[in-house]
Design a protein around this ligand. Sequence first.
Ligand code: IMP
Ligand code: MG
Length: 425
Amino acid sequence: MAKKMLQSWQGTLAVIGVDWGDSGKGRLTDDLGARADIIARFNGGANTGHTVENQYGKFALHIIPSGIFNQKAKCLVGRNVAVDLESLVLEMSALTKAGVSYKNLLIDEQASLVMPWHKMRDGLREKLRSAKIGTTGRGVGPAYADRTERVGLLVKDLLKPDFAGKIEEEVKIQNKFYDLNLNAKEIVRRYQKYQTKVKNFIGKTTLIIREAQKAKKNILFEGAQGYFLDIDAGTYPYVTSSNPGVVGIARSFDIHTSEINEVIGITKAYTTRVGEGPMPTKITGEVGRKIVDVGREVGTTTGRERAVGWLDSVLIKEAARANKLTALAVTKLDVLTNISKLKLCISYELNGKSMDYIGHDAEFLSKVRPVYKEVGGWAEDISSLRSFADLPKNAQNYIRVIEKITKVPVKFISVGPKRGEIIYL
Ligand code: IMP
Ligand code: MG
């Protein structure tokens, strides 16, 4: 692979989280998106929050792809995204205020709409669960459930003359089934306003991808969440309801995963998890506190504090295997500055036996014991560095250990939150 492959990428590239999300996909997409003709979001809904900080300001995007700041690229929202119009129109206004055009945005007409009743059901179900998942409350699970049940409203319904009627009919059913007290007229009024704002941004995204592939354009697929929140491969039920791995790309855009030239797995230099569910490498005490504070580990969508842990290379290895990762991006390396001893989880042990990750099994992950390799830290400020060779020896070693264990080359390191605070390898 050529040196600095990510600065000169071509063809089809995917960025996926290899942990539990919040790894900095937004900022990586913002950076890599400069070379893209198309940036396509393929899974999740407003549960995700991509933070992007650039010359236009600081943005928390939930539905609109982070590539929107590349004004030449088309930004697609795929069929398997749960589209939250309330969030979408807020994001549109934030962009307008900052002088960023979204004229190249296109939302797939077949995508499901997240409706007010989905958010209510999300909240009600969480309240009634004995083991809480800690969902983001954005109605994403119930919206996907309705899609699977084939009863959900779709984005294209917004363009139909009887949209109000469809809402009224569904509100009746939802009120009856779930004992809700929804006011159909109020919802219709609200959605008529949304409709005016989004109607010009609806279309067939699969056709655009097909044409772009034929024309050999650069396509960047932007994932949401991380592979271990996958509905099937993650630790059920502590997962989200979509496919954050490469499978999600196939579901949204009808392309085969072998057509993706580069799959970049993105992870922080440590691990975080928000919501419930097992996390073998969780750190408590002073070091944990420090990482939360320095790394500002608070959820973009919900404001919840994230649990932090040492880097878990068992998980990364599994994500690399299942998604055929071609490179790793390691973000927030600067957050680990001033921690004298760092640990990396290199294997799991259960009942005295060394184990790999087993999908869909939360019980397994809650029982394993992480086996660590301890390495030295560094105290120098690394945020102004732009070349790998300039990093302190221990920081270089930390990255090399990750590569050695996961067998995936690290091609991108972020050393600060702003655009350009990056080391390409
Ligand atoms: P839901 O996707 O809102 O149903 O939440 C299910 C689980 O996934 C919860 O543990 C959430 O905290 C987690 N989750 C959902 N979206 C994200 C994300 O974008 N980043 C991190 N965690 C997420
Ligand atoms: Mg996030």
